[in-house]
Design a protein around this ligand. Structure first.
Ligand SMILES: [Zn+2]
Length: 342
């Protein structure tokens, strides 16, 4: 083979596999799988793992590079402008942008005044740095996409290569949420098997609806409730399938995945939104080769720490203009309506 021909072949390989399998992506094989479990209390996930109801999460924690921390917290810092209610709108905004309410301005599930153009979804930032990166998001709580992702688009330009949204039936008290979680799981599995994602976000909503007593009125947010633990157990099996599909990737041995599993808030009784430990103290399960286990398990881990962890894994240096200081403004908080609760 001539040197010219091999150079041409090399060039075409690079362009075809810009977001290819193994090490041929934009990040030398490093990739991110971020799994979100809505409304999952820390003591309940702990109890589920201890009682053999969450064997997949337990195995992830116990695998090489794995950890489980309960030093993670939602709701911002009390008595500061970052203090935010422990509900899904602010919670997922913080988990997906890496900033609190003083910056993203999401005070409830209506997203009024959200500032995602300035404080954007982390996948928009990944694409800004590496336009050929490949990012996918799957969720059965539509505001994840309709507000947080779409609100982050630059002049309406889509940055997600897959954006799968499915909607549980509010008129039926979200009774179909477990089935919607299965749809989310199956679409995410398809992507892991047939595409070469650099970053994936996979969101499951049913645990929160069990906590609310929406799907079954006997259920509530507590580790003593068998129905709530059972809901966690179901999502645990979905997590297991995602991890199996990840490990079954043909060039998995060359790939370097960071897996994060987290929640937006806890709960008490059948609700959440307040400042109790049951609502604010959350958890993080992480697995990867480059994690600082000591820091993550002994120091407080704000919900806003996940985006920087993902950037660090991918080798992305966050630009100062991604998180400018918050502008002074503090309109009165508006009560959320029943229909938008999560
Ligand atoms: Zn909820």
């Amino acid at each position: 083979m001539t040197r010219l021909l091999s150079l041409l072949l090399l060039a075409s390989t690079v362009s075809v596999f810009g977001h290819g399998p193994g090490r041929t992506n934009d990040f030398q094989g490093r990739r991110v799988l971020f799994i979100g479990i809505d409304g999952c209390r820390a003591d309940a996930v702990s109890e589920a793992m201890e009682r053999g109801l969450a064997p997949q999460l337990k195995a992830l924690v116990e695998s090489e590079g794995g950890l489980f921390t309960r030093t993670c917290y939602a709701g911002g810092d009390l008595k500061t402008p970052t203090h935010q209610p422990t509900v899904s709108g602010p919670g997922w905004s913080s988990l997906l942008t890496g900033v609190w309410v003083d910056r993203h301005r999401v005070k409830d599930n209506r997203f009024l005044g959200a500032r995602f153009q300035t404080y954007s979804h982390f996948m928009r930032r990944i694409k800004e740095v590496k336009p050929s990166a490949w990012c996918a998001s799957f969720a059965d709580w539509p505001p994840i996409h309709e507000n947080i992702a779409d609100g982050s688009r630059v002049q309406g330009a889509e940055f997600l290569d897959v954006k799968f949204t499915t909607r549980p039936d509010a008129s039926r008290h979200f009774i179909d949420n477990p089935e919607k979680d299965i749809e989310v799981r199956d679409e995410a599995l398809k992507t892991l098997r047939t595409q070469d994602p650099d970053a994936m976000f996979v969101y499951f909503g049913s645990v929160d609806e069990f906590g609310h007593g929406a799907i079954d009125e006997r259920a509530s947010f507590t580790p003593e409730n068998a129905l709530y633990l059972n809901a966690i157990s179901h999502v645990d099996s979905h997590v297991g399938e995602l991890l199996r599909a990840m490990k079954a990737r043909p060039k998995f041995a060359e790939e370097d995945w960071l897996v994060l599993v987290c929640t937006d808030h806890g709960g008490r009784g059948n609700s959440h939104g307040g400042d109790s430990d049951a609502e604010r103290k959350i958890w993080l399960i992480a697995q990867g080769k480059h994690l600082n286990k000591e820091d993550l398990t002994t120091k407080p881990v704000p919900q806003t720490a996940l985006v920087p962890m993902m950037y660090a894994h991918l080798g992305i240096v966050a630009k100062p203009e991604w998180t400018p200081p918050p502008a002074p403004e503090s309109p009165a908080p508006v009560p959320q309506t029943e229909a938008t609760k999560k």
